[in-house]
Design a binder for this molecule. Sequence first.
Ligand SMILES: C[S@@+](CC[C@H](N)C(=O)[O-])C[C@H]1O[C@@H](n2cnc3c(N)ncnc32)[C@H](O)[C@@H]1O
Length: 139
Amino acid sequence: MKIYVYYIGRAKDPHANALTKEFLGRAARYNAVELREIRPDRIDLWGKHPSGRKILLDPAGKRVDSVEFAALVSKTVTEARDLVFVLGGHDGLPKGWAARADLRLSLSPLTFPHELARAVLAEQIYRAFATLRGHPYPR
Ligand SMILES: C[S@@+](CC[C@H](N)C(=O)[O-])C[C@H]1O[C@@H](n2cnc3c(N)ncnc32)[C@H](O)[C@@H]1O
């Protein structure tokens, strides 16, 4: 099982990028994680990850708390499926992708720059594994 964090659009903010890498680096102690920029016109997400749980990040999506997010990660680990997160760029996500996603996930009703949304997602991924493994970080 592997976690993919795909994003659309250049990540230019060095501070947000450093945070994202820090938290995904910590998460990688528990599970394989890959962070990658994608071009929607050059990737077939559904062909590449046929059985992966595909979660699109969207401020208007479903809101969950960190415990529910950890439970989602745990369920996906148990099912031995890949977990595929996708963040949109300045113009959001490509038309048609939302309808095919397993879940549209909101991190907040507020809209963040995509680099900041990536950093928040990365922290929640690390928090989820730390929670599941009984690490004191989430206290
Ligand atoms: C600047 S936002 C895109 C704004 C764009 N105008 C739209 O309507 O989608 C860039 C990306 O960051 C992610 N994002 C930003 N804020 C978010 C939030 N609160 N929850 C989940 N994802 C968020 C989404 O993937 C979004 O496509």
